[in-house]
Design a protein around this ligand. Structure first.
Ligand code: ATP
Ligand code: MG
Length: 392
């Protein structure tokens, strides 16, 4: 099939139609690009922002091919795609950024860790986990608890299980539906903080590294992000260097989130890289000279990158998570709007369910604690899928 251009302007193609695609689309449009997306549903958040959209599964060869034909650069908001299909598109001359080989390395957390470790990037100890017996023997060797993880397609901690005994290893194996190839083991890290750094790298190797953020997780889901992280300067410098080395090391192009553990002894370990814009970088929309979305679009189109510097001293972002199953209509918006300095982002999802990311609130401030107070005040007023406390 020949290239069908939807306009004279250059077009960004995005695989996926969720909130990350929506925020990427807004950035692309501000730079004068057209946007075409492949979404799974006409209700997907990015559909209304796109100039054109295709509906289909992200692994539907025909839909992918239509998307690729309609754009100049194909990028993604979701790493759970078949990298072989993307490799086929590359072979037929399409530009996929980040590349299919970068994606296939990252998609398997065990391969990702092995590659990072091969490059001398610090990661938690990890090992193959092809049977219960193998994990038990690894746990004995390491001492302490092990984190057993699904190698592929895991998010929000749903593919992880901690095991502190042989019995728990057996139940984790059952729970995660283990087989010879699907899991791997990591040492359980007693970290002091979780950090995250957004790194943008362009095709021509220019890089922008955002400030080190501190992420607060509850039940393995990110609740809040504080910037800058309350760590000393040498630690921040080391975290930035490790994050940049990690993204460059896997051949990343675009904006990527690097999740890090900071241990009590000061050691920094890479937990994982997300090969796409990241929830921990949403604060960059209001807080930085150029957002992670802006720099993602710049990076994949080989444009000069914008500055990742903070515009204010500090920022905080609070995720708005669904409380119950419901219709996705937020309650308490008036109360949230009354909070001066809080920017409320609603993703427009048609349905809420417990833990689903429905929006986020960002606030700037003189320090992270003040910014968090503002963001939390607005966030606390908004509820999805729960009885109204106050009508809006
Ligand atoms: P997400 O989609 O939120 O990034 P995920 O499913 O990819 O999550 P991970 O990032 O591997 O999962 O882990 C989720 C959380 O579990 C981490 O943010 C951290 O709090 C905890 N965790 C992961 N690995 C370890 C470890 N080795 N030791 C201790 N805690 C860990
Ligand atoms: Mg993670």
């Amino acid at each position: 099939m020949g290239k069908v251009k939807i306009g004279a302007l250059k077009t960004l193609g995005i695989l996926g139609g969720g909130q990350l695609a929506a925020m990427m689309s807004e950035a692309a449009k501000r730079l004068g690009f057209k946007v075409v997306i492949l979404a799974q549903s006409p209700d997907s958040p990015a559909v209304k922002l796109a100039d054109q959209f295709f509906l289909g599964s992200l692994n539907d060869r025909a839909a992918l091919s239509s998307l690729a034909d309609a754009c100049d650069v194909l990028t993604l908001e979701n790493e759970f795609v078949d990298s072989q299909l993307l490799a086929d598109l590359e072979r037929s001359g399409h530009c996929v950024r980040p590349s299919s080989s970068c994606l296939s390395l990252i998609q398997d957390k065990f391969f990702q860790k092995r590659e990072l470790s091969r490059q001398g990037i610090p990661v938690p100890r990890f090992a193959e986990a092809s049977s219960v017996e193998e994990i038990i023997s690894t746990a004995k060797k390491w001492g302490g608890a092990v984190m057993i993880k699904k190698r592929r397609n895991a998010y929000d901690g749903r593919g992880n299980a901690v095991a502190r005994s042989e019995e728990e290893i057996k139940s984790a194996w059952e729970f995660l539906k283990g087989d010879a190839e699907s899991l791997y083991a990591e040492e359980f890290c007693l970290f002091e903080k979780e950090l995250a750094v957004i790194v943008s790298v362009s095709q021509n190797k220019e890089a922008a590294v955002y400030p080190v953020a501190e992420t607060i997780q509850e039940n393995h889901v990110c609740r809040a992000v504080l910037v800058p992280a309350s760590i000393d300067e040498p630690t921040a410098v080391r975290a930035s260097e490790i994050a940049l080395k990690a993204v460059e090391g896997i051949g990343g192009v675009g904006s990527m989130g690097v999740e890090l553990f900071l241990r009590k002894d000061g050691e920094i370990l890479v937990n994982e890289i997300s090969p796409r814009v990241h929830n921990s970088g949403h604060y960059t929309i209001e807080a930085c000279e150029s957002s992670q979305f802006d720099n993602h679009v710049r990076a994949v189109f080989d444009l000069p990158l914008g500055s990742a510097a903070l515009k204010e001293k500090a920022a905080a972002m609070v995720n708005l998570l669904g409380i119950e199953k419901g219709d996705g209509i937020p309650k308490g918006l008036d109360e949230a709007r009354a909070v001066s300095g809080a920017s409320v982002h609603l993703y427009g999802k048609k349905e809420s369910f417990p833990g689903r990311k429905m929006g986020h609130v960002t606030a700037l401030g003189p320090n992270p604690a003040e910014a968090l107070k503002t963001a939390q005040k607005a966030a606390a007023a908004i509820q999805f899928g729960a009885p109204s406390r106050r009508s809006s």
